[in-house]
Design a protein around this ligand. Structure first.
Ligand code: NG6
Ligand code: CA
Length: 507
């Protein structure tokens, strides 16, 4: 190369670098990173920032103090799969068959050819990742080979990177998948899963309860993994099976890895933590720390994990350029099937705060969940009582990133960006809540149609919201749904009945 050429090459390197630095600067300003942290079964009343005096959650509280704490934010449903389906698709889950709590071997239920929360971010130029609980099915069939590539899954619905467990911590297979493959699988010890009958020689909770370190209170009598009986049966894959005490730190490490790797470009991270879902089995250092039993202990672990993420953002100088959202997929439950002393030790703690019901319930405790959004310097700290849904993330962030959603996609997702950014106290005007059945909310009025189902789910000790009488509550002054006004306001009942039916008819 002659000297002239060398100079030109050097100049173009310098020029190229500065152009890309410019580009990066521009991107950083207009496209903040977005981290959506989803807790599992965390109730409205489980955080000190939401009013409990029985637990101390300083890290989430700090996030709340730095942003907006919503008091009327909802998941769509009072259980996990449907809520998460709505978050991903922007659609009410009950419009589609098969969106109830999925077994660990279910096929993928999120469409791969429609707009989803992650593929919307991807289209906007974000790197997208999921770390944590998936629970939306994997592959095309129930009978699938877990030993090869397991797909379609999160990567096919828009995540560039995934590190997940398939269903819940209490369902087999108790393994992690990174992108399409089970992590740490020994090829000489192939893994199989069944939800119909016992397979392999592993002991089960039913046959060998003496082997359990955490006994079941109902169900959970399938294959024993790490001293805990699971739902379903599995064989093989011994090296790949997780240790419950390490699940949370594993997710944290993978989330931090994703953040570190993508720190120089806009990223969207869906961090779906497993606490405080059963089985509650925190790292040893959290055991016994809350005084409320294992359920309290795993909430402390959850809080600590959030703190570690925040610390990392600070360390990488990303705090100001990252929107962090913290929420939960459904309301709380104490005894959800293991003898973990959550009832004996709850010590007057009210996991659903001032509300009736909890997980599985059409009462407010079912879907009204903690929801915090923080974007330092951009979102003014405060409290908002705007009605918003997790399902609205899709339309809101679509607007935020300057995109329009193709007609027919995400049809139930509303743009509530102004409420999220604290520019308005108005969110949605109406909303359908899914417990066992459906309820509708409009203008502070809530209507639950007459329903023949059981009034209390005895095993979990939760009021379902079912009643043979129609129920009408004025949530503006009766958040505890104590005063049924249905017979006093028959017109209101009629109006809301009609409205709910119109939702059911709309495709
Ligand atoms: C129930 C399980 C419960 C929990 C729930 C799903 C029994 C007796 N109960 O069927 O423990 O796993 O499903 O929770 O097995 S969710 O948060 O993922 O929806
Ligand atoms: Ca859940």
């Amino acid at each position: 190369m002659n000297r002239k050429r060398i100079v030109i090459a050097a100049l173009s390197v310098v020029f190229g670098l500065s152009a890309s630095a410019q580009r990066h600067k521009h991107t950083a300003a207009s496209k903040p990173n977005v981290i959506f942290i989803m807790a599992d079964d965390l109730g409205y009343g489980d955080l000190s920032s939401y009013g409990t005096s029985k637990l101390n959650t300083p890290n989430v509280d700090k996030l709340a103090a730095s942003g907006i704490r919503f008091t009327n934010a909802h998941s769509t449903s009072a259980t996990c799969t449907p809520s998460r389906y709505a978050l991903m698709t922007g659609k009410y889950p009950w419009r589609k068959e098969g969106t109830g709590i999925l077994p660990g071997d279910a096929a993928l239920i999120v469409p791969t050819d429609k707009t989803t929360l992650p593929n919307m971010f991807k289209k906007a130029g974000y790197k997208t990742g999921i770390v944590g609980k998936w629970h939306l099915g994997l592959g095309n069939a129930v009978k699938k080979d877990w030993n090869g590539e397991v797909k379609p899954g999160p990567n096919e619905v828009g995540f560039d990177y995934s590190f997940i467990f398939p269903a819940t911590a209490d369902r087999v297979p108790t393994v992690f998948l990174e992108n399409h493959e089970i992590v740490g699988l020994d090829p000489n010890d192939s893994i199989a899963v069944s939800y119909t009958h016992k397979i392999g020689n592993d002991p089960t909770g039913k046959e060998n309860p003496e082997l359990l370190k955490l006994k079941a209170s109902h169900g959970h009598d399938g294959t024993i993994v790490n001293g805990i009986g699971r739902i379903g049966y599995m064989s093989g894959g011994k090296m790949a099976r997780w240790v419950d005490e390490e699940v949370s730190s594993t997710f944290l490490a993978k989330a931090q890895g994703f953040i570190e790797q993508n720190q120089h470009q806009p990223f969207f991270l869906y961090l779906a933590l497993t606490e405080p879902h059963v089985p509650r089995m925190p790292a040893t250092r959290f055991k016994g720390k809350s005084g409320l039993g294992l359920r309290g202990d795993v909430i402390l672990q959850l809080d600590w994990t959030v703190g570690e993420i925040m610390k990392q953002l600070k360390y990488l100088n990303l705090s100001k350029n990252t929107i962090v959202i913290f929420s939960s997929d459904n309301g709380p439950v104490l005894d959800d099937g293991y003898q973990d002393e959550s009832v004996a030790k709850y010590n007057g703690h009210a996991p659903a705060g001032p509300m009736r019901g909890g997980k599985y319930s059409a009462l407010e405790g079912g879907t009204r969940i903690p929801f915090i959004i923080s974007w330092p310097g951009k979102i003014k700290p405060g409290v908002s009582d705007a009605l918003i849904s997790q399902m609205d993330m899709l339309a809101s962030f679509s607007a935020f990133t300057g995109q329009t959603i193709p007609v027919g996609d995400a049809g139930d997702s509303e743009n509530v960006l102004n409420a999220l950014l604290g520019k308005s106290n108005n969110g949605r005007s109406e909303y359908v809540e899914q417990g066992g059945g459906l309820a509708i909310v409009k203008g502070g009025w809530k209507y639950i149609p007459a329903n023949k189902g059981v009034a209390v789910m005895k095993q979990v000790g939760i009021e379902t919201g079912n009643s043979p009488e129609p129920q009408l509550y004025n949530l503006n002054n009766d958040i505890g749904e104590k005063n049924n006004l249905a017979s006093q306001y028959p017109q209101k009942v009629k109006e809301l009945e009609k409205l709910l039916n119109s939702y059911k008819e709309k495709k």
